[in-house]
Design a protein around this ligand. Sequence first.
Ligand SMILES: Cc1cc2nc3c(=O)[nH]c(=O)nc-3n(C[C@H](O)[C@H](O)[C@H](O)COP(=O)(O)O)c2cc1C
Length: 227
Amino acid sequence: MSAEFRVVPFAGLPDYSEEERLQCSREFLRLMQGRRTIRDFSSKPVHRDIIKNAVRAAGLAPSGANKQPWHFAVVSNPEMKRKIRKAAEIEEEEFYAGKAGEAWLKDLAPLGTDPKKPFLEIAPYLIVVFQQNYDIDSSTGEKIKHYYIQESVGLACGFLITALHNAGLATLTHTPSPMGFLRELLGRPKHEKPVMIIVAGYPSDTATVPEEALNKKSLDVIVSWFD
Ligand SMILES: Cc1cc2nc3c(=O)[nH]c(=O)nc-3n(C[C@H](O)[C@H](O)[C@H](O)COP(=O)(O)O)c2cc1C
């Protein structure tokens, strides 16, 4: 049996002139050109509402059949951050000691990453993103199917990083490998899988970025046009 299909009027988009639209596109491009993954954070506090609004923006991402298959665990508690750092460093020691394999470690070398993850304790916020492989109906206990889970969660993470960057915050996409410990530490249910930690805060005064990260493929390489 199909659910009822109802519609509401579309709220509309800003009525820009073409010049204004071009200007917006240029300004947004410039904004995004300034985004960099930061690995050296300051402990300067961040207003909680900035994080709240960024997570709200992430929750507006498109998703397969509008199932919104995500959960964001926002961690600022120092003790929990310490536990996450400790568990991540245990996994990362093994990863960098060889578990990653030669090719991966070679690719990581120009980024200068290593098993030490002090930012997990120093940065004011860790946003742990979980993908929900399915959901459970709270009244019937029945499983609710989710679709295009990875794609949807990837989009939500993109929205989240963009929203934080737009608010003038630095981010780091961190994926300790493996990261099952996050589910246990944060008490999330079995049908949720942690996919990344978005570290958010201000860069330290001496933060640097790897030159390698500035090396982006040109438009000609990443696009093909079929006019
Ligand atoms: C899915 C994903 C996982 C990542 N995992 C890590 C990580 O575990 N540690 C890290 O230092 N950087 C990580 N990064 C950051 C990338 O290294 C970084 O985005 C890349 O070098 C390009 O630099 P940029 O973000 O400054 O453009 C990850 C990025 C993505 C998208």
